[in-house]
Design a protein around this ligand. Structure first.
Ligand code: HC1
Length: 574
């Protein structure tokens, strides 16, 4: 710890901290725009300037280290004037259509302009670059007229995801973020993960809003509109309504969806249980047939797209299981349609997903078990929050309700899908029991839990040694693939999730400003809520689920049957 002075008061802070961190520890907020911990520590925007006694000019708090006896001023006129000028300069090239902006009320630039009394908008009008929207991709829109060139999206794409399909183009006044040679996003191998969106401070990039398609379906008397909710969104949706990070709002979420008017409110977690049945069976088949190993999970569409675009040689290793979202749609339009006597063409399936790549996933080929797309629309958590607001629902005051049946009751295994390592643990629970041929006490495989980017473990299962690995975030996946390709490591089963931390940190989740992101461990708090739900469940293995057993008995026959393959599995293209 070192002694420091901030605004005339003495504090202590850990050695090696930056001024920004030291101030925050002592409950002093310093505004930032470009700073994103670990991936964008570039000190470029100069919003975080502070005075340091003895320094010749203002310093940037996000990168300036503290030292014993340092005297810092964060709230002088000099500091305020500098920050205000920075904001004025940013606004001078910013498209100020704030009233209708998707980020209005949740825009980091807007918040700072309010705090620093940047009021006289007309004063800043001058020459400007006009950029066309890039709405070529199925999942997102880029509007560079609202971009403040903070480069947080570029850092997310290149550092977390190691995909690097965006960067600064041109120079000086004409600098703008885009892809090489000014290609549209649909022309480059973007994996649709949306990690760029959740770190954008303004409305420059956002998901493609598909809420109107859902409102239209709800209005259509011919449509039986079913909604299914991904494992992780129940522990993040509350953030859009200012509840603490990690609050489980499953009951309120179900109540809100019912009030919006869906005919049935079902749970993707039930389909996650089916994924485990099929994936565990596929894994055991590979054990009997000696491979190909490792088998990779296939539920994360960002990862699947990465594999197809960058590592087509690994396609034989990808599990052929559809994702739970798609398995759900497939079962809704086959088994459920038959049971309820509804034509598959009249069933409209909406997924509420923490993920922008799910919008891409619903458009994939070979995902139409009943002859129609398994799912019709995938909305992000953010789009659902907007629908709830538009419908005039006072979310926080809702009484809890429970999912509809028959596709509303999942095991704990389905819940943990939403966190990195969860799919692996869920699969191990069922695979171990299947290999043993009887019920096992062991339910928890804690070695694959937690937020490390790469995890590995070895398990002995009824005489078989099973080496597993888990990676989340494509940057980590890339490292793991290198180890596998070089022969340094040999695994039997590998879980890869496209986003760091898994779906709880997906690109469709509520946007938290950098002032929260940089200091709160969003991933761990959100994941903890899922593991706690799993712990409280009476049934924690997918193979124990009564609805799973019933649908296999009366419809799918058994895991891996021809019929199960037709309905629940898919193929890939390179
Ligand atoms: Fe996921 Fe999945 S866990 S991919 O992270 O396998 O999106 O939450 O819905 O499909 O179940 C996402 C989450 C989600 C699928 C499941």
């Amino acid at each position: 710890e070192v002694m420091i002075t901030i605004n005339g008061k003495i504090w202590t802070a850990p050695e090696g901290s930056t001024i920004l961190e030291a101030a925050r520890i002592n409950n002093i907020e310093i505004p930032t725009l470009c700073f994103l911990k670990e991936i964008n520590e570039i000190g470029a925007c100069r919003m975080c300037v502070v005075e340091v006694k003895g320094a010749r000019s203002l310093v940037t708090a996000c990168v300036y280290p503290i030292s014993e006896g340092i005297e810092i001023t964060t709230n002088s006129k000099k500091v305020f004037d500098s920050r205000k000028t920075t904001l004025e300069l940013i606004l001078s090239t910013h498209e100020r259509k704030c009233l209708s902006c998707i980020r209005s009320g949740n825009c980091e630039l807007q918040k700072l302009c309010k705090e620093f009394n940047v009021a006289d908008e007309d004063y800043f009008n001058g020459e400007n670059c006009e950029y066309e929207f890039d709405d070529s991709a199925v999942h997102m829109v880029r509007n560079n007229n609202k971009c403040i060139l903070c480069r947080r999206c570029v850092a997310a794409c290149s550092k977390w995801q190691a995909v690097g399909v965006i960067g600064p183009n041109n120079r000086g006044f004409k600098t703008h973020i885009g892809s090489a040679y000014e290609q549209n996003l649909s022309e480059v191998p973007c994996i649709s993960c949306g990690q760029c969106i959740v770190v954008c401070p303004t409305g420059a990039i956002h998901e493609k809003d598909q809420t109107q398609e859902v409102w239209d379906a709800l209005e259509d008397p011919r449509k039986h509109v079913i909604v299914q909710t991904a494992p992780s969104i129940r522990v993040t949706l509350g953030e859009a309504f200012h509840l603490p990070v990690g609050t489980n709002v499953e009951g309120k979420m179900v109540a809100a969806l019912r009030r919006i008017g869906f005919n049935k409110v079902f749970d993707t977690n039930v389909a996650a249980d089916f994924t485990i049945m099929e994936e565990a069976n596929e894994f055991l088949e590979r054990v009997s047939n000696n491979g190909p190993f490792p088998m990779f999970t296939s539920c994360s569409p960002g990862w699947v797209k990465y594999c197809e675009s960058y590592h087509p040689e690994l396609i034989p290793n990808l599990s052929t299981c559809k994702s739970p979202q798609q398995m759900f749609g497939a079962l809704a339009k086959t088994w459920y349609a038959e049971k309820e006597g509804i034509e598959p063409k009249d069933i409209f399936v909406v997924g509420i997903m923490p993920c922008t790549a799910k919008k891409f996933e619903v458009t994939r080929e070979d995902e139409a078990a009943a002859g129609y797309s398994d799912c019709d629309v995938a909305l992000t958590t953010r789009e659902l929050a907007r629908m709830i607001d538009k419908a005039g629902i006072r979310f926080v005051d809702l009484e809890d309700e429970t999912f509809d049946n028959p596709l509303g009751e999942a095991t704990g295994a389905g819940y943990i899908f939403g966190a990195t390592g969860g799919v692996m643990e869920a699969a191990l629970r069922t695979a171990a029991e299947t290999l043993a041929g009887h019920s096992l006490e062991q339910v928890e495989f804690t070695e694959v839990r937690g937020m490390s980017g790469i995890k590995e473990a070895t398990y002995e299962m009824s005489g078989a040694t099973v080496n597993v690995a888990v990676a989340s975030g494509i940057g980590n996946a890339k490292k793991l693939l290198k180890r596998i390709e070089s022969g340094e490591k040999a695994y039997h089963f590998v879980e890869i999730m496209g986003c760091p931390g898994g779906c709880i940190n997906g690109g469709g989740q509520p946007v938290q400003p950098a002032s929260v992101r940089n200091f709160v461990d969003l991933k761990t708090k959100r994941a903890a809520a899922l593991y706690s739900e799993d712990k409280d469940k009476g049934l924690r293995k997918s193979n124990e689920s009564p609805i799973v057993q019933k649908i296999y008995q009366e419809f799918l026959e058994k895991p891996g049957s021809l019929k199960a393959h037709h309905i629940l599995h898919t193929s890939y293209r390179d």
